[in-house]
Design a protein. Structure first.
Length: 370
C-alpha cells in the first residue's frame, strides 16, 4: 500500500495535524461526484416521487459511499495518531472540521423556511417551536416534529441526518473501534452487514435514516459502511489499477443511475456491501492523470459545502414545483441552472465562510491555554 494522504472524514479535508501525509486525490474527486449526485437526486425526487421512474433514482446511495469513504480515511488519518493526540483533541478536530457548515446549513434552512415565496404550509409554526427546531438543528439533536417537512430528523436542513450519524461513528471510532483488533472489526462489520440486509429487505430499499420513522435505518447504514471502510484500511485492501479518476467516476455514477429491479432491496444491498468498498479500494490504488489533479482537488474541496448548503434551495424548488407544475422544458432549465448555481454558492461558502472559520478555530485551538 502506498502511503498517500487521505482527507479525514465525511466529505472532508485534512486538518493541520495531518499535513505530513499526502492526499488520495482520486478519492477527493469521487467525493465530489457523489455530492453532485445527491443534489441532482434531490431535484429529481420532487419531479418523480416514484424513484423507479427517476433516472438517478439510487442517488441517495451516495451517502453510503460517503460513510464507507469516511471509515477508510478516518482510519488512515488517525489510527497511528489518536493515541498521541488524545480523544478530546480528536473530537475538537472533528467538530472544527464539520460543525461550521452544520451551523450555516441550519441558518440557510431557517431563512428559506421563513422567506420562501412559494411555500404553502398547512401547519402554524410559532416562534417558540421554530426556535426549538433551529436550536436542535444547530446542535444536531434529532427533532422530527414538522409534518410539512415529512418529519425529517432535522427539518431546517434535512441532510444533517447523515452528519448526526457521522458524529456517532466518529465517537464510536475513538472510544471503541480504534482499539479493536482487525479480527474483531471484521466480526462487527459482518454483524452490521446482516443488519443492513434486514433493513433493506424490510423497507424494500436503503433510502431510510432521514426521518423519525426510519431513524434506526441510518444506524444500520453507517454501522456497516463506516466499519467496512475502516476494515479496508486496516487490511491494506488497496487495489492497484489504471482506471483513473474518469473511469472510477463513471463506475461510481453507474450505482446511482442503475435501473430498479424486481428485487430492488437485494441490488441496493449488494452495491453498499461490495461495490462501494471495491470502489474505495480502487480509488485508493489508482493513478491520476496530471491534468485532472486540479479538478479532483476542487471536487473534493467543494463537496462538503455543496452537500450541506443545497437543501434549503431544494425545499424552495419543491414548493415552486408543487404550486406551479412547470412543464418539462422549464424543469430541465431550472434543474440545470439550479445545479450550477448551487455549485457557485458552495464555492462562495467555502471561500468566504468555511475555510476562514476553520482556520480561525484551529488557530485558537493551538494557542496555549492560560
Amino acid at each position: 500500500m502506498n502511503m498517500l494522504k487521505v482527507t479525514p472524514g465525511h466529505l472532508d479535508t485534512t486538518p493541520d495535524i495531518l499535513q505530513t501525509k499526502q492526499h488520495f486525490v482520486i478519492l477527493d474527486g469521487l467525493r465530489g461526484v457523489a455530492a453532485l449526485a445527491v443534489v441532482i437526486f434531490h431535484f429529481m425526487e420532487w419531479i418523480y416521487p416514484d424513484s423507479s421512474k427517476n433516472f438517478i433514482g439510487h442517488g441517495f446511495l451516495a451517502v453510503d459511499f460517503f460513510f464507507c469513504l469516511s471509515g477508510f480515511v478516518i482510519g488512515y488519518a488517525y489510527n497511528d495518531r489518536l493515541g498521541k493526540m488524545g480523544v478530546l483533541e480528536f473530537f475538537k478536530a472533528r467538530l472544527i472540521r464539520l460543525h461550521p457548515l452544520v451551523v450555516l446549513g441550519s441558518v440557510l434552512g431557517l431563512l428559506a423556511f421563513l422567506f420562501d415565496p412559494f411555500a404553502a404550509y398547512t401547519e402554524e409554526y410559532g416562534t417558540g417551536k421554530l426556535l426549538l427546531v433551529f436550536l436542535c438543528s444547530l446542535f444536531l439533536i434529532p427533532l422530527p416534529v414538522m409534518k410539512d417537512r415529512a418529519f425529517n430528523l432535522f427539518s431546517l436542513n434535512a441532510l444533517s441526518w447523515s452528519l448526526f450519524w457521522e458524529y456517532i461513528a466518529n465517537i464510536v471510532y475513538a472510544l471503541v473501534l480504534y482499539r479493536l483488533s482487525r479480527r474483531h472489526l471484521a466480526v462487527l462489520t459482518t454483524l452490521a452487514a446482516v443488519a443492513l440486509c434486514l433493513v433493506s429487505f424490510r423497507a424494500g430499499n436503503l433510502l431510510g435514516g432521514w426521518s423519525g420513522e426510519t431513524f434506526w435505518d441510518g444506524c444500520a447504514r453507517v454501522s456497516y459502511s463506516f466499519s467496512a471502510g475502516l476494515l479496508i484500511y486496516r487490511s491494506n485492501w488497496v487495489i492497484k489499477n489504471r482506471l483513473g479518476f474518469l473511469g472510477l467516476a463513471v463506475l461510481l455514477s453507474l450505482a446511482f443511475v442503475m435501473p430498479h429491479f424486481k428485487f430492488n432491496w437485494v441490488a441496493e444491498a449488494l452495491v453498499v456491501l461490495f461495490y462501494f468498498p471495491l470502489l474505495v479500494a480502487l480509488g485508493a490504488g489508482s493513478s491520476l492523470a496530471p491534468g485532472l489533479k486540479k479538478l479532483c482537488v476542487f471536487s473534493g474541496n467543494i463537496s462538503y459545502p455543496l452537500y450541506m448548503t443545497h437543501y434549503a434551495f431544494i425545499w424552495m424548488f419543491g414548493n415552486y414545483f408543487t404550486k406551479y407544475k412547470p412543464e418539462a422544458a422549464e424543469l430541465f432549465l431550472i434543474v440545470s441552472l439550479g445545479t450550477i448555481l448551487l455549485l457557485g454558492v458552495a464555492y462562495l461558502v467555502m471561500v468566504v465562510y468555511d475555510l476562514p472559520v476553520r482556520k480561525y478555530l484551529n488557530r485558537k485551538r493551538q494557542q496555549p491555554q492560560g
